[in-house]
Design a protein around this ligand. Structure first.
Ligand code: PEP
Length: 249
């Protein structure tokens, strides 16, 4: 891990019921979590209120998406204002499932990030290459293009965590090796240094996501530029998520 405070987010995606979420919250409340880690969970919108009112306040709440501007006549969307009203502190934006399944593009994601930051939500800004990009030697190009879209849009970097999530590693069980992840994280930090500032490069946390679990987190966490994790599947199991939180080195 680097010098910034370790950050671990649990992305519950479109999973859970009132009952399973009650159990997950109770397991998280019982878990021993390192105090020097920022821990965040992202429940589906409809359960945020339930989680907020039952989960330990040592864990912050993130949304999994937010609308690009002020709420209003946007059927099916959830606004940043509503998320703040219900106690969310963060929003995950640019997740690969929103890019590649729902079809959100860089420009739209950048606008969402800018709006959320301007309204005071923290942004977990996801980026990552497809397998075909990696095989074509385009990993850095793709990640830098996605990062630039955030950089061009956001008012400040104070409240952003970058999540590097290679798409081929998400939900596949194929985790990036610690060296593969470190190589991209270091390149992203270098990009920030050259294109934003030394200060932003050194203080922005860059977390890794893609099949992180209780067994592989420790080796990844040792890498110099890995400042935490964004966890999907393994965040649905309280004890395993706690192991990942506690992998801070
Ligand atoms: C994610 O969707 O952000 C993710 C990293 O998923 P998983 O851990 O299941 O690969």
């Amino acid at each position: 891990a680097g010098t910034g405070k370790f950050f671990v987010g649990g992305n519950w995606k479109c999973n859970g019921t009132k009952e399973s979420i009650t159990k997950l919250v109770s397991d998280l409340n019982d878990a021993k979590l390192e105090s020097d880690v920022d821990v965040v969970v992202a429940p589906p919108f409809v359960y945020i209120d339930q989680v907020k009112s039952s989960l330990t306040d040592k864990i912050e709440i993130s949304a999994q998406n937010s609308w690009v501007s002020k709420g209003g006549a946007f059927t099916g969307e959830i606004s940043v204002e509503q998320l703040k009203d219900i106690g969310a502190k963060w929003v995950i934006l640019g997740h690969s499932e929103r890019r590649h399944v729902i079809g959100e593009d860089d420009l739209f994601i950048g606008k969402k990030a800018a709006y959320a930051l301007n309204e005071g939500l923290g942004v977990i800004a996801c980026i990552g290459e497809l397998l075909e990009d990696r095989e074509a030697g385009k990993t850095f190009d793709v990640c830098f293009t996605q990062l630039k879209a955030y950089a061009d849009a956001v008012p400040s970097w104070d409240n952003i965590v970058i999540a590097y999530e290679p798409v081929w590693a998400i939900g596949t069980g194929k985790v990036a090796s610690p060296q593969q992840a470190q190589e991209v994280h270091a390149a992203l930090r270098d990009w920030l240094k050259k294109n934003v500032s030394d200060e932003v490069a050194s203080k922005t946390r860059i977390i890794y996501g893609g099949s992180v679990n209780g067994g592989n987190c420790a080796e990844l966490a040792k890498q110099e530029d890995i400042d935490g994790f964004l966890v999907g599947g393994a965040s649905l199991k309280g004890p395993e998520f706690a192991t990942i939180v506690n992998s801070v080195t």
